[in-house]
Design a protein around this ligand. Structure first.
Ligand code: PRP
Length: 215
């Protein structure tokens, strides 16, 4: 491995294939089977970079601390993490939305004040909290880690704030969208110190990525 290798954090899961494709288009092909291996660290074929394959929620932390020079992460994760990262390129892929949804059979009035505040289950407590606060609506945020759609079906919450891609999970659980909170795409994020100390390498790479993304 080249001792000047750039460290790039990419997320497991739904953005992985697009990330591998993007980096191969800027001549950084990952060596080894990222999809099949249990390894978490992969050199590029030319050894000029190494890829960390981590959970999407951990990417802002790796990049903030400089353990990775750059990373790719969804805007949803970025907003929720609230880290101070440079975000030079909207990569365009991984489009989805964060929405407010409720049971299609809901007949009760959504009431935003008074004694019992409506309960909103979400794995985005910061985004959801900011959204309702900005509208002056008082809600109780119920943080969950997954299967958010279950919350209104079990009386845990009145509504959810969650990611929607195809809409299939909402449909299959008899939920309907009430309102869009934000649109989400994958972003390139960069560590501020790395951009200063390795500016030749990184400025060039960011430019290549920008071109490869059609920006
Ligand atoms: C997300 C989201 C929904 C689902 C929406 O979950 O929380 O459950 O995808 O996708 P759809 O609109 O295409 O049906 P994810 O798969 O990321 O899993 P998680 O709940 O474990 O985070």
């Amino acid at each position: 491995m080249d001792k000047n290798a750039i460290t790039i954090a990419i997320p497991k899961g739904r953005l992985l294939a697009d990330c591998l494709d993007l980096f191969s288009r800027v001549n950084l092909k990952v060596s080894g089977g990222v999809d099949t291996s249990r390894k978490l660290l992969f050199p590029s074929e030319d050894s000029s970079a190494r890829f960390l394959v981590v959970r999407d929620k951990d990417i802002p932390t790796y990049v903030e601390y400089g353990a990775a020079d750059i990373g790719v992460v969804g805007k949803d994760v970025l907003l929720e993490a609230g880290k101070d990262l440079l975000e030079p390129v909207d990569l365009g892929f991984g489009f989805c939305r964060i929405v407010v949804a409720e049971p299609s059979f809901n007949t009760q009035q959504w009431c935003s004040s008074g004694w019992g505040h409506p309960r909103v289950a979400t794995k985005y407590p910061n985004i959801a909290g900011d959204f309702f606060a900005s509208r002056g609506e008082h809600v109780e945020i119920i943080p969950l880690y997954g299967a958010i759609e279950l919350a209104p079906l079990t009386t845990l919450a009145d509504r959810i704030v969650d990611l929607v891609s195809t809409g299939e999970t909402l449909r299959q659980n008899n939920l309907v969208e009430v309102e869009e909170v934000i649109q989400v795409t994958a972003r390139l994020v960069v560590n501020r110190a790395s951009l200063r100390t390795r500016s030749d390498q990184l400025v060039h790479l960011i430019e290549e990525i920008r071109k490869a993304s059609g920006k």
